[in-house]
Write a new protein. Structure first.
Length: 129
């Protein structure tokens, strides 16, 4: 299964172990942004434009979209990605607290990555229907 993780950009390195565990469960993390080396403040408008296209394409090819809300973010990127995933009728999970009204509508939610990974290992990704 292809999984897209949306989270605060600055937490991408912290998510590498999560990606390794998911891949160890024979799933594929398709979040290209996790491997970006350029600090956000050094990105050019063209870099950001290309990143947006890449992220939307990654979400399109995902089967499961996981929104990580554990870190407070003021940029809104992960929220736009959530909206795009919902418009694509993706299965959506949330890891972390509810931070806005749209987070309440996510049918599968976990307090931590430990819980989410345990659930993924136990039963894979359930449908939200």
């Amino acid at each position: 299964m292809n999984i897209f993780i949306a989270a605060k950009y600055e937490t991408r390195i912290d998510l590498w172990p999560v990606r390794s565990i998911i891949e160890g469960l024979r799933h594929r993390v398709v979040s290209g942004w996790l491997d970006e080396a350029t600090p956000r403040e050094q990105a050019t408008p063209e870099d950001e434009w290309k990143a947006g296209i890449r992220d939307r394409n990654d979400i399109r090819r995902s089967d499961l979209f996981i929104l990580d809300t554990t870190a407070l973010s003021e940029t809104g990127g992960r929220e736009v990605e959530l909206g795009f995933a919902l418009s694509q009728a993706k299965i959506v999970w949330r890891v972390g607290p509810v931070r806005n009204i749209y987070h309440r509508s996510i049918p599968v939610a976990f307090d931590s990555w430990l819980q989410a990974l345990g659930y993924l290992a136990y039963c894979g990704a359930p449908s939200d229907g």
